[in-house]
Design a protein around this ligand. Structure first.
Ligand code: PMP
Length: 395
């Protein structure tokens, strides 16, 4: 029976990582996979994580199971971090999940339980894993226009026009901040307009927030999410701790279901617990516990915030440096959007052939849709990238 299995398509980003490793050239730059790196190319363990790990090692007395929803301190900390006081706590059901991907997956399972006829609307483009998970689950999807390849900014008119096709009970997947793969984001007034449309149509927002603190700061990055959850009667929020706490391999994420009232919240909480039980029983605890500890301790939290802010400002500086180099090389502001985009990624609007040429001629690796990881750069590699972009852009 197992011999009937068919080969699955390989993940393009993981394939790119393998090609990079196999490239013998000394001067090569990996701007593919979405992992933060410092100026030395290292993905650091954050100071607050190390300190919390030390504390945990000294104080943890058992490795017995947690609850199905995970550590309550983690859920409370994440609720506060992401939602602030946008909605009362008794309207929020929350469960820890294996990373942000786990939260996304559980959210899709939840909406299908609530509405077997659901259609999930995704931005064109979106994080490819959104689409592949939906496909794997057999959930129908529709795309709404999002990124304008000409301007490399959000096509908001196109988005609004497409959302006119929403049916009651449909789910609209939004990126909370730092849109992956484009780097182009909705403004707060645009989030407000989207919430109005969803309410008018009876559709439900599902917000994926995987980069809070990587864009304009922890609070500013959550402003869109907070508005949407306060304006809509029901919503879903999937948050990842992989990037902003630097704990990729620990698999820490949370799914929050925001309900109209406390009675319905209890049912949603039971459903989140039930879904965890069906899919993997208890969520991973180590990373989530560290996050819970950091968010509950003023000193650890302050140190975490300071380090995250350094990372954010570093990426912003690299964006500005790259935009400036390209301004000089092209004599135009055509790539000015790089400094306007936010988060770890920008989509350059180059063709797959140009992306291939950058790899072959210049040893610069980025995803075929011309998404590059800003954090894969440093002061010395920015000019290399700028030259390569300018060279392929002429062809
Ligand atoms: N959503 C988006 C948009 C992402 O880019 C990512 C990470 N690539 C995730 C969710 C989930 O990340 P993780 O499962 O590693 O927490």
């Amino acid at each position: 029976m197992l011999k009937e299995l068919q080969p699955q398509p390989k993940d393009k980003i993981l394939m790119l990582m393998e090609m990079f490793k196999a490239d013998p050239r000394e001067q090569k730059v990996d701007l593919g996979v979405g992992v933060y790196k410092d100026a030395n190319g290292v993905t650091p363990v954050m100071r607050a994580i190390k300190a919390a790990e030390k504390q945990l090692w000294e104080t943890e007395t058992t490795k017995s199971y947690t609850g199905l929803a995970g550590d309550p301190a983690f859920a409370a900390g994440m609720r506060e971090l992401v939602l602030g006081d946008a909605v009362p706590a008794d309207r929020v059901a929350a469960a820890a999940t294996p990373g942000g991907t786990g939260a996304v997956r559980q959210a899709f399972d939840l909406v299908r339980m609530a509405n077997p006829d659901v259609t999930v609307w995704v931005s064109a483009p979106t994080w490819p894993n959104h689409v592949s998970i939906l496909k794997h689950m057999g959930i129908p999807t529709r795309e709404y226009r999002y990124f304008d390849d000409e301007t490399c900014a959000v096509d908001f008119d196109g988005m609004v026009a497409d959302l006119d096709g929403l049916k009651a009970g449909d789910v609209v997947l939004l990126h909370g901040c730092c849109h992956n793969p484009t780097g182009a984001n909705l403004t707060l007034p645009e989030f407000k307009k989207v919430a109005e449309i969803l309410n008018a149509k009876g559709a439900i927002p599902m917000i994926d927030i995987a980069y809070q603190g990587f864009g304009d700061g922890l609070e500013a990055d959550a402003a869109g999410v907070r508005h949407v959850v306060s304006a809509c009667p029901e919503s879903l929020v999937a948050a990842s701790c992989s990037k902003n706490f630097g704990i990729y391999r620990e698999r820490a994420g949370v799914l929050m279901a925001i309900q109209e009232d406390a009675a319905k919240t209890a049912v949603a909480q039971g459903t989140l617990n039930h879904l965890n039980r069906q899919n993997f029983s208890f969520p991973p605890d180590h990373g989530a516990r560290l996050v819970g500890m950091i968010l509950a301790d003023d000193a650890l939290k302050a140190d975490w915030m300071a380090e995250l802010e350094e990372m954010r400002l570093g990426m912003l500086k690299l964006r500005e440096q790259l935009a400036e180099e390209l301004r000089k090389l092209t004599g135009s502001d055509r790539f000015g959007f790089i400094a306007q985009h936010r988060g770890m990624f920008s989509r350059l609007g180059l063709t797959p052939e140009q992306v291939e040429k950058m790899r072959e001629d210049h040893g610069i690796y980025m995803v075929g849709d011309s998404r590059f990881n800003v954090a894969g750069l440093n002061e010395k590699t920015v000019p290399l990238l700028a030259k390569a972009i300018a060279a392929v852009d002429k062809v």
